[in-house]
Write a protein that binds this ligand. Structure first.
Ligand code: CAA
Length: 262
């Protein structure tokens, strides 16, 4: 799909190596309907295949919302039979299969599915006025796109349970204190700052970056012993790359390394 054909996304390359994907359904506060999720999946998969891209930045609008959740109007009349037979929202998880780093830049509301979408990214950055929350309990349901699974892993079981059972919102400062958010920036500077981080990551060449992401995520699924073994195999594997030769040679020669992702 050509970038200009996305209905709900604005896709651009603000700096070499960085794919910026902006959710663009502002009137609905970027509520995540099926069409928007399909486009996110198409755009991130395309960036994952694109050899000129090293990192992906996912963001919403600067003022009001990253995303105010799954589209309640789309869900309102859906029956159990429909939700179950189509395996409703299972495809949201496709984002977690992207192998390049995905950085979420959250301004405004990241509620329900919006918070869950951010948690599927590898790193979350927040604007100083960002508002997070899992308010699904107020709609008679529970978080359905990872909230009950990822939030406890990121902020701890007790805190996550309180947030999910009360549905209360929390601030960027709380999110950073609890480890959900890596760093906070002034809202207007957030996207530029996150693009800078993405550009730095993209400059390291794809192989070590992909391997680092893969090793971290594998480690969260398996025992420490298995994770350490997995890490060591990837570490050894990287000794076969030109990037390893270049990185270590550049260090010894006291010059900047130039990575090719080979
Ligand atoms: N779905 C559909 N439409 C939404 C939406 C959502 N999640 N969130 C906001 N909108 C729409 C509103 O209906 C409104 O549209 P209209 O102008 O056509 O009425 C427009 O966006 C602007 O919203 P508000 O007028 O409500 O704006 P506000 O500033 O008064 O309030 C808000 C902002 C507090 C974020 C409020 O919109 C809100 O509470 N939204 C719903 C948040 C929520 O419950 N999210 C969880 C959804 S369930 C889920 O995500 C399930 C899951 O785990 C996958």
């Amino acid at each position: 799909i050509h970038p200009a054909q996305y209905e709900h996304l604005i896709v651009s390359v603000p700096q070499p190596g960085v794919q910026l994907i902006e959710l663009n359904r502002p009137k609905a506060l970027n509520a995540l309907n099926s069409a928007l999720i399909s486009e996110i999946n198409l755009a991130t998969a395309a960036a994952d295949r694109d050899g000129s891209i090293g990192a992906i930045v996912l963001t919403g609008s600067t003022s009001r919302a990253f995303a105010a959740g799954a589209d309640i109007k789309e869900m309102k009349d859906k029956t159990f039979a429909e939700a179950y037979s189509e395996d409703f929202i299972a495809n949201w998880n496709d984002l977690t299969r992207i192998r390049k780093p995905v950085l979420a830049a959250v301004n405004g509301y990241a509620l329900g599915g919006g918070c869950e979408l951010a948690m599927m990214a590898d790193i979350i950055y927040a604007g100083d006025k960002a508002v997070f929350g899992q308010p699904e309990i107020k709609l008679g349901v529970i978080p359905g796109a990872g909230g009950t699974q990822r939030l406890p892993k990121l902020v701890g079981k007790v805190r996550a349970t309180e947030l999910i059972l009360t549905g209360r919102n929390f601030s960027a400062v709380e999110a950073e204190k609890w480890g959900l958010v890596a760093r906070i920036f002034p809202a207007e500077q957030l996207v530029d700052e996150v693009v800078k981080v993405a550009q730095e990551i993209a400059g390291y060449g794809g192989l070590a970056v992909k391997a680092a992401k893969e090793s971290i995520n594998e480690g969260l699924l398996v025992s420490l012993d298995e994770g350490l073994k997995y890490e060591r195999k990837l570490f050894h594997g990287l000794f076969s790359t030109k990037d390893k030769v270049e990185g270590m040679t550049a260090f010894v020669e006291k010059r900047q390394a130039s990575f090719k992702g080979e």
